[in-house]
Each structure stands twice: as C-alpha cells, then as structure tokens.
Write a protein that binds this ligand. Structure first.
Ligand SMILES: Cc1ncc(COP(=O)(O)O)c(C=O)c1O
Length: 404
C-alpha cells in the first residue's frame, strides 16, 4: 500500500478542497434531519410516470441511436428544440449558437479550461455560486469579488476593480454573473444594470459568463431580458440546465454563445467526456416535443412559490429581531444575514445537533467575508418540515444572540 498519494498530486490536485456543501450533504443522512442546505429540487416535481412512458417510446423508436455514442455538440433533435424554445422567448439564435453539456457544472469547468491561464482574473459577485468559483480556481484563477446590493452586482465597484487590476498589469478574462435569482443571494439584476455591466464589459473588452439555472423559476415580478439577448458583440456565454426545471439526475445542460467559443468548448468537452448521454438527451427531446416540459414547469413554479411564501411566513413568525433575509422573486434560496458579531459556522454546528442544516454564507464569498450570512433552500422541504426547521433554527440563533 502506498503511504501517501500527496507526492503524486499536481499543484491543482493539492489545492483542491472538499466543498462545504458536499460535506454538509453527508450529515443530512442523519435520521430526522431537516435540510435547507442543498439546492435540491423537490422530488414531487419529478415526472416519473410520464418519463417511464417516454423512455419506452425512445427505446422503441430510436433505441440503437439512444444507446450509441453521440456527437460532442449534442443531439440535433434536442439542440433544435432548445433553439426553437429560446427563439420563441425572444432570442435570435441558430443551432451553431447552442451546444449540450453534461450539466452547467461541466460548462463552468470547460469555460475555465479554454479561457484561464494561471494567474488570470475572474470577477464574481460577493457572494457567488461556490461550484462556479471552485471550477475556476481549479485552473489557478485569481478571483476578485464585487459587492452586491439589492439589485445585484454594483457596476461602479466593478469598473473600479477592473481599472485597478488593469493598472497593476493583471489579465482579466471574464465577469461571472448569475443574473436571475442568484445563488446564493436570491437577487435578480434589473435590465438597466445588465446593460451597464454589458457596457463595462465592452469598454474593457471582457467576456461575460451568464450562469442561468434558475431563470425559468419565476414566481412574481417581470422577466428581465437575458444578458445574451442584450449583447450585440458576441461576448456573452450563457449556461442553462435541465437540473432545476426537470431533473438534475439527467445531467444535461446547454451553452449558448458565439460559434467560435462553442467550437472551443466542444474541443475541450471531447477530452472530458466525448459526449453527453445520448439516452438522456433523446428522452428530454421527446419530453419537450410532447409539450410536457412547459406543463411540468408550471406545476414546479406553483409548488416553489408556495414554499417560498411559507418559508418567509415562518421566518417572520419565528426569527428573532435583527435577522434579515432576501425575499426572492424566484429560484430556490433565501439569503439570511445575522448581526455581524455572529458566525454562521458556529450556528451551523449547533443547528446540526438540533437536526436542521443550511449552508454558511462564507463559503460563497471569495474574500472570506460574509461570516454572518447563511443560504436557506426552500424548494426541497415540505411545509411541515419548513415550519419545524425554521423553529429549530430560530431557537439556535436566539441562543447565540443571548449567549445562552
Ligand atoms: C448557479 C449554478 N450554476 C451551475 C449549477 C450546476 O448545475 P448542473 O446541475 O446543471 O450542473 C448550479 C447548481 O446548483 C448552480 O446553482
């Protein structure tokens, strides 16, 4: 048996840390645990019966193709269906503007792989999706965090940071944004701010990575146009996924962008996994063709909207004063801020003892701030669990506040 694998590891391998979220997911197996931690869809939204019929139909109609390797860019039927769907929603794209990936997480990795040289800078929100930040740092990127206000990333601070980095000779590659119902903050960038950020990207010749898994899960307010739709210069790369609108088990997502960028992403994908599951793509394509995606999505939105409302009601009923939270118009998360002297890692340890879990906000801040914040998922738990979980969590926070 070898004594240690460490001496075999690359610098990147040595630098890899376990994700705080994955670590928490392990304790969630504890009996009686109520989890507000993962970004898990509600299992009630999975259309098992419809998919059973569709799987049989796919095998009957095109079994050989479904069980074969496919093209790296993805199944033509699915790509065409997605192009048509986006164009109905206001985009003007062709099949060359869209490729399939094995979830958005793969797209984040491939984007980092084709754009990042060690030491390059990426600008991201404070806070921002941890899985994105980890995908970038695996390629030795430097992250510069930009604060958010109630309308998302602050353009003034973004421009100042760009000027400062450029003046000190740094190479910036892209701005990483989650414009709709941001993970973890739940905030949506209004269109006016999307335009401002786009203007900044143009002025300093940067790319924009628009990560958009939650866009279609809107409960209230007005849909804002995608950054991709507002872009006239081909600098926006948009990541979408079926994970939150159908099922994460398929591991199917897609990227929209400039054909030359997609060509490079496809080359990188070839060495990553050759192609995304042909079987999964054919099932989804038929599911869309039958009009079932829109139907199921409506039900999902209604369910999550109810759960968000109920979670907020419970927060209002049970949380101590000076705890604040975002009230998002969509997505899966509330972002909660405790008084600055509290550390949510301490709260989490005690919460887990009481069988309730969340993710500490500091995991999402690339500058190690946000220690008094937490991300709360409202999609996964049923109302009884939401109420009991919020009660338990409020009791822990109250104890931390009073020092008992
Ligand atoms: C902002 C963001 N990007 C990407 C992903 C990864 O999604 P996928 O399941 O498509 O890999 C997630 C998952 O929660 C996410 O929140």
């Amino acid at each position: 048996m070898i004594k240690s694998v460490r001496r075999f590891l690359s610098a990147s391998g040595k630098g890899m840390k376990r994700s705080a979220i994955r670590e928490i997911l392990k304790v969630l197996q504890k009996p009686g645990m109520i989890s507000f931690a993962g970004g898990l869809p509600a299992p009630e939204t999975f259309p098992v019966a419809d998919l059973r019929d569709i799987v049989i139909e796919v095998l009957d109609k095109s079994g050989a193709e479904a069980l074969q390797y496919g093209t790296t860019e993805g199944d033509a039927g699915l790509r065409n269906a997605l192009v048509e769907r986006h164009n109905k929603q206001g985009l003007h794209i062709g099949i060359d503007n869209l490729i399939i990936t094995s979830g958005s997480q793969q797209a984040l990795d491939l984007i980092a792989r084709i754009f990042i040289d060690p030491g390059d800078y990426v600008l991201c929100g404070l806070p921002s999706y941890l899985g994105g930040l980890n995908a970038f740092t695996a390629y030795s990127v430097k992250l510069k965090g930009i604060s958010l206000d109630s309308n998302g990333m602050k353009p003034d601070e973004l421009e100042k940071a760009i000027i400062h980095l450029k003046e000190s000779g740094r190479n910036i590659k892209f701005i990483y944004l989650i414009p709709d119902f941001q993970n973890p903050a739940g905030i949506t960038l209004p269109e006016s701010r999307r335009i401002k950020i786009m203007e900044i990207a143009e002025k300093y010749d940067l790319l924009i990575v628009e990560d958009s898994p939650y866009r279609e899960i809107r409960f209230s307010g007005e849909q804002q146009r995608m950054m991709y739709e507002l872009d006239t210069t081909g600098r926006v790369i948009t990541l979408c996924t079926f994970s939150k609108i159908l099922s994460p088990g398929f591991r199917v997502g897609w990227v929209i962008g400039h054909p030359d960028i997609l060509d490079k992403i496809a080359m990188a994908k070839q060495t990553a996994d050759l192609c995304t599951s042909s079987f999964a793509q054919k099932i989804i394509a038929l599911y869309i063709e039958k009009g079932l995606l829109e139907k199921n999505l409506k039900k999902t939105i209604a369910l999550y909207s109810e759960r968000r409302d109920f979670m907020i009601k419970c927060f209002r009923n049970y949380m101590p004063e000076n705890v604040s939270w975002t009230e998002p118009e969509g997505g899966l998360f509330l972002f909660v801020t405790l008084p600055p002297h509290l550390d949510t890692d301490d709260v989490l340890r005690k919460a887990i003892e009481r069988n309730v879990a969340f993710v500490s906000g500091s995991s999402f801040f690339c500058n190690d701030s946000g220690r008094n914040t937490m991300r709360i998922n409202f999609s996964y738990s049923n109302p009884a669990e939401i109420e009991e979980g919020v009660k338990r969590l409020s009791a822990v926070i109250r104890e931390e506040l009073t020092g008992k």
